[in-house]
Write a protein that binds this ligand. Structure first.
Ligand SMILES: [Fe+2]
Ligand SMILES: [Fe+2]
Length: 431
C-alpha cells in the first residue's frame, strides 16, 4: 500500500495478525525525498537498509545526529527515542522496518491506499503529507521539535542510546588530490559496538601494510593513534562518517612515533577542546620538549580515562618497541589496543581469524622494531591474563579472543628481536 502522496510504499512481510500482535515487519520503498519528520513512539523500531540511501536522524548524547545510511546499515531505536528518516536519493530507496510490539500498522490500515505493486499509481487519492502532523498523534506517534531536544530534555535523551551498525564502507578517493593522498584511502568499519577501525593500506618494501587508527564513539569520543601527518585528510574524513571530528575529546598516542601521533597538531586544530592523552614518559621525554601547544595528559599504569560508556585503561609496557610504549585496554568491551604488538603484514581485512603468528615474527625480525624478546614476553603474559575479547592492532586486522593464542604462541616460541636488520636493510658489513 502507499502511505502519503509521493510517499512510502509499504508491504507487510509479517503483519500484526500473523504475529499475534507481538511484532510487525514491513518492507518500505520510499519515494525520493520522502520520510517522516522527527518523531517518537512507545514501541521500539529497527530499520535495515536494503537498497539506496537514507538520511537517518536520531539522538545521541543529547544531540540530534543525521547520518547517511547505505545498504547493510541497521538502526535500533529504543521505545520513546526521537528519530526520523528521508530517502536521500533521486530514486526509490528500500528498507525493512520492524516494530515491536505492533505500532504503526493501525495508521497504515486507516490512511494507506492499496496499490498493485510498490511504485504503482494508486487507484484512490493518497494521504496529503501536509496532514501528517495532525494525523500521526492519533496513532501514538508524537512529533518532536529538534530544538526541544536541547536544555532540560538533554539528560533524559542521554539514557536512550540508539544503536547504529554500519557496514564496511570504503572511502572514495577525491579529485584534486596528489597521487600519494589518492593512494592513501582510509576505510572505516565498526568492529565492536561503537569502536571503529580506520585503515589505510600503504605500500612498503615487501608489500602492502595497513596503518590503523581506532575511533571510539562515545559521550567523549576518542581517537587512538592519529596516523602520519600526511594521512590526516583521509583519517579525518573517515572519522567524519561517524561523528563530527570537532567533537573529539581525546586523541591518544601509545608511543612517540609518526604513525602514532604525526597528525596530532591537525586533529587539535579541528577539535580545539581535545586533550592529547599518552604515557607520562611520552610527555617527559618528548612532548615537553616539542612545540606542541595543545592540552596534554601523561598517564601511568592503571590510570583510566572515562569516555562515558567506555573506559580506557593505560598499561605501561616499556621497551615493547619503545621506552615510552603503552597499551590501552577498553574495559567494557575487553578490547586491547596494543599498538605495534600483534602486527600482521599485508593489507588485512577488518577482522583477521587466520594464525599469522609466524609471519608476524618474521616481519619483526625483518623490520628490527624490538631490541629484545624479554620485555615483550613479559607483556604477552600480562595480555594473556587480561583475557581480551578483542585485540585491535595498529597494523593488520582486529583479532577476536579465539585468534589470539596463535599469536601468543609465536611470540613465546619464535625469535623476533633485532637480528641485524632495519626496515629490511641488512647492517652486515656496514662501518
Ligand atoms: Fe611504532
Ligand atoms: Fe606502528
Amino acid at each position: 500500500m502507499l502511505v502519503g502522496k509521493g510517499g512510502d510504499y509499504v508491504t507487510a512481510k509479517a503483519s500484526a495478525e500473523e504475529t499475534a500482535g507481538s511484532y510487525t515487519v514491513y518492507e518500505v520503498l520510499s519515494s525520493p525525498g520522502f520520510g517522516p519528520p522527527l518523531h517518537r513512539h512507545a514501541w521500539q523500531e529497527c530499520f535495515y537498509v536494503l537498497e539506496g540511501e537514507f538520511d537517518f536522524s536520531f539522538v545521541e548524547g543529547g544531540e540530534l545526529r543525521t547520518v547517511r545510511a547505505i545498504p547493510g546499515t541497521c538502526f535500533t531505536i529504543p521505545a520513546g527515542a526521537p528519530h526520523g528518516f528521508r530517502n536521500a536519493l533521486a530514486e526509490g530507496s528500500r528498507m525493512l522496518v520492524i516494530d515491536q510490539p505492533v505500532g504503526v500498522e493501525r495508521m497504515f490500515d486507516v490512511h494507506g491506499v492499496e496499490v498493485e505493486a510498490p511504485g504503482a499509481e494508486p487507484a484512490q487519492e493518497p494521504l496529503d503529507p501536509s496532514r501528517l502532523a495532525e494525523i500521526l498523534p492519533r496513532y501514538g506517534i508524537e512529533l518532536v521539535e529538534p530544538r526541544r531536544l536541547r536544555g532540560a530534555e538533554r539528560a533524559a535523551r542521554r539514557a536512550l542510546g540508539c544503536v547504529v551498525r554500519r557496514p564496511a564502507r570504503r572511502a572514495r578517493p577525491r579529485r584534486g588530490r596528489s597521487d600519494v593522498e589518492r593512494r592513501a584511502m582510509a576505510r572505516i568499519d565498526e568492529i565492536v559496538d561503537g569502536i571503529y577501525r580506520i585503515a589505510t593500506p600503504i605500500e612498503i618494501p615487501g608489500g602492502a601494510f595497513t596503518f590503523n587508527q581506532f575511533l571510539i564513539d562515545d559521550e567523549r569520543p576518542a581517537l587512538i593513534h592519529t596516523g602520519m601527518h600526511g594521512l590526516y585528510d583521509g583519517v579525518r574524513d573517515a572519522v567524519g562518517e561517524v561523528l563530527d571530528p570537532a567533537r573529539l575529546a581525546y586523541v591518544t598516542l601509545l608511543h612517540f612515533e609518526a604513525d602514532e601521533c604525526g597528525g596530532m597538531d591537525r586533529f587539535l586544530e579541528a577539535a580545539p577542546d581535545s586533550t592529547l592523552a599518552c604515557s607520562a614518559l611520552s610527555v617527559d621525554l618528548n612532548l615537553s620538549g616539542w612545540d606542541y601547544r595543545g592540552r596534554v595528559e601523561g598517564h601511568r599504569d592503571g590510570e583510566v580515562i572515562d569516555l562515558g560508556r567506555r573506559k580506557l585503561r593505560f598499561l605501561e609496557t616499556p621497551h615493547v618497541h619503545h621506552w615510552d610504549s603503552m597499551m590501552l585496554f577498553e574495559e567494557t568491551t575487553r578490547s586491547l589496543f596494543p599498538s605495534d604488538l600483534f602486527i600482521q603484514p599485508g593489507d588485512q581485512p577488518p577482522v583477521v581469524s587466520e594464525d599469522l603468528g609466524s609471519e608476524m615474527c618474521a616481519f619483526y625480525r625483518e623490520m628490527g622494531i624490538f631490541a629484545h624478546e624479554m620485555p615483550v614476553r613479559e607483556v604477552v603474559d600480562r595480555v594473556e591474563s587480561l583475557d581480551p575479547a578483542w585485540v585491535h592492532g595498529m597494523h593488520g586486522g582486529s583479532l577476536r579472543r579465539e585468534a589470539v593464542p596463535g599469536y601468543v604462541r609465536a611470540l613465546r616460541d619464535e625469535p623476533f628481536a633485532f637480528d641485524g636488520k632495519l626496515l629490511g636493510r641488512s647492517l652486515d658489513g656496514d662501518g
